[in-house]
Ligand binder design. Structure first.
Ligand code: DX5
Ligand code: ZN
Length: 219
């Protein structure tokens, strides 16, 4: 089995987005990871709904939209309309996570929940069955190109155990600082989906880098 690869468009050349999306279309990428930052939940602003729509206009792969925004319920419908196939909200940004997940499902999208590095896995115990994908942040959200946090491996194992214990069908996504060195260890620990921003877009040959990540065998 091979991993699911989700290059993060945050590291792309925004002045040439169409070209960058077409490069991903032609690659072995499975999803396009779209980082939305509001300058409140995280100390950075990326882009919003019109740019997501523009990406979707050219994308031939599902959009994996990662909402790093306060009170994401306000924008779930808008991002679904903009083309989001998977919508991830942050556990730390939701007062009523279960309700947010129900809303995402009712909109026909897959449900995702992201956890900051300081948030333990056990907070998801009672909602894991409602989550299609848990996104473990392996950096503090807000910026691309940061250093991978080593404690992530332990979190992946703990989450895998929880998923198996509850008989849930949840995928594990890793977001931040993913590269060819940590990817095999993450997959061995139980990860299914790898987000990679700078590692892909700063590479001399992004299509080949995506292929290299995709070729890692998961045992
Ligand atoms: C960080 C974002 C990540 C980011 C990953 O807040 O959620 O998706 O784009 O970028 P790299 O792979 O460069 O760490
Ligand atoms: Zn992300």
């Amino acid at each position: 089995m091979n991993p699911i690869i989700a290059p993060s468009i945050l590291a792309a050349d925004f002045a040439n987005l169409q070209k960058e999306v077409e490069m991903l279309n032609a690659s072995e990428a499975d999803y396009i990871h779209v980082d939305i930052m509001d300058g409140m939940f995280v100390p950075n602003i990326s882009f919003g709904i019109p740019v997501t729509e523009a990406i979707n206009h050219h994308a031939k792969k599902p959009l994996d939209v990662h909402l790093m925004i306060v009170d994401p319920d306000r924008y779930l419908q808008a991002f679904r309309n903009a083309g989001a196939d998977i919508i991830s909200v942050h556990y730390e940004a939701c007062n009523h996570l279960h309700r947010s997940l129900q809303t995402i499902r009712s909109l026909g999208a897959k449900t995702g929940v992201s956890l900051n590095p300081h948030t333990p896995i056990n907070v998801l115990e009672d909602v894991i069955q409602d989550i299609d994908m848990v996104c473990i942040m392996s950096v503090n959200p807000g910026f691309g190109g940061q250093k991978f946090i080593e404690n992530t491996y332990t979190k992946v194992s703990v989450l895998k155990e929880l998923i198996l214990k509850k008989g849930a069908d949840t995928q594990i996504e890793i977001d931040g600082g993913v590269n060819m060195e940590n990817a095999p260890k993450l997959l061995a620990a139980g990860a299914d989906v790898l987000v990679a921003g700078s590692f892909v877009f700063n590479a001399p040959d992004p299509v080949k880098t995506i292929k290299d990540l995709k070729s890692i065998q998961v045992v």
